[in-house]
Design a protein around this ligand. Sequence first.
Ligand code: NI
Length: 269
Amino acid sequence: MLGRLFSFVIVGLLLAAGAAHAQGKPELQWFAQSAFKLTTPGGKVIMIDPWIMNNPKTPPELKDLDKLGKIDLILVTHGHGDHFGDAMEISKKNNAPIWAPAGLNQTLQTLGLMPANLTPRMNKSGTIEPFPGVKITQVHAEHSSELLLKDPTTGKDTTYLGGEPVGYIIQLENGFKIYHMGDTGLFGDMKMIGEYYKPDLLLIPIGGHFVMDPKDAAYATKLINPKMAFPMHYGTNPFLKGTPAEYKAAMGKTPIQIVDMNPGDKKTF
Ligand code: NI
């Protein structure tokens, strides 16, 4: 009798789990800095700015590219090493395309480092639909995009053109919209991007020095006016001094929900 009751409970739990999966909520896992693994409601997996192996804040147990699981697509916001990171290796392991600033992918192709089919090109305001119901748009970011690579012929560290830095508006199958800002300083068109794309979740850099500091980021968050905001890109080097506590203090009383995550954490939205 007890055994039978137990199996009813198990079946009930399995059905509930199945329903939750069918409901399909987006899941984000943060690898620190600006690196995320995004699982869409339809089960597609997107790596964003995948700086993992040399990222000092990525938990050691996550530093194995073979354990990332199947990756369907990679988004890179600009050429700096703490964003471009392990993109080429992940792309080759999974036969997954890298979408990046056009000039960055052009450089990878002309150096013979990546095949054309894995480095397609788009540019700002361009929108791709890589999977049914998933739309990704490149938008402006106020930053730079030098690409430091070893010259394939001489083996010397060389600085190449990495196109112009971008942010991404990622619209998922259920309509949920994420705005990953990449690295950026403040710019007035953030307000327009907020009004036009209406992001649900904002991923915003707060470290300062190379990007917005917490005060700038709070101002930017209010310009964009998302439902939720997650502060990123801090604490990985001595220049990136801004903290989530300073960002929260600068936000003050606000209806915008500030998301808490530690490196390695997963969260559904
Ligand atoms: Ni940068």
